[in-house]
Design a protein around this ligand. Sequence first.
Ligand SMILES: [Ca+2]
Ligand SMILES: [Ca+2]
Ligand SMILES: [Ca+2]
Ligand SMILES: [Ca+2]
Length: 334
Amino acid sequence: MNADGLDDLVAVSQATSSPSTLDVLLAYRDGGFSNGSLFPIVGPIFATESVALGDFNQDGRPDAVTATCSSGQSMWTGLMLGTEDGGFSLATVLDAGTYQGNRQILSGDFDNDGRLDFVMDAASLAVFMNAGDGGFVSTPALVGGGIQAGWGSVTRMTAADFNGDGCVDLAATSLGSNVTTWLSECDGGFGPAINSSCGYECAVLTAGDLNGDGLLDLATGGWAGQASVSILLGNGDGTFVLQPGNYPVGFQPLRILAGAFSHEDRIDLVVSSAGSPFLSVLVGEGDGGFEAPTALSTGRWGPPENLAKGDFNGDGRLDLVAAESGGFLVYFGK
Ligand SMILES: [Ca+2]
Ligand SMILES: [Ca+2]
Ligand SMILES: [Ca+2]
Ligand SMILES: [Ca+2]
């Protein structure tokens, strides 16, 4: 946020008596963080929010797109531009409408025109293409596969270039037995939904090259029976092959995050679960397999709600942060 080479934290805070805010915590080289600076988000009090960061106006500073939703369905989408001192401007409303879904937002350049676009989980996937004039153009919502336009359809989504054509593609889970993928057609449109088997009740999703073959793979966390993580290796064409076996994790996975935490050249997985105050850590073996999950203590009673990664102390090693009600837990990579 302040261009000092250390990754900082940006979080959405909900208050009961005032509009929600983006909290910016600047990282220090000793592993500490500044007290949060608060920037109001457009939208009502008592709102559900999410945020995606990226340089949407191409001035070199990270900006934020936020989604704010009142009781259920009325939603505001806002753009907050990054300012020179590491903060955010007041929001411009990009879109206000009636949506359902989890309102997760992800940024990506879907048409590879150098301008960052974003997608919002509004039960179906709502795609907003950056017009380059400060505005965004919404394209037809993505449905198909297990994804229907209706309440609670998409559970998690991920944006990555699965077929290596330079245009960012999309994948989503919907508590079904498939992961649904849409390949970008590089013109603001997407191809038809592609289904790949993921086991049962696949709820969470992340992408990474888990076997080191240069093609992006997926990891999902399922709710069925004993909660577990399944691995889907990518074919490079938007299809994925479910691998035999899975890895038990805490009950009802909430988030899954891929990152090279333990080895520079291997991807590991971290899972937070609604039914556990522990994080499940799966150390990658580099070939698409993982060591047996280990539990990472949070020292708290409740589950962490969100996970993120970055190099917060500038030592070149990837760190892990877990957000929970009222604060953050930061695990520095060793
Ligand atoms: Ca910017
Ligand atoms: Ca674009
Ligand atoms: Ca692509
Ligand atoms: Ca791969």
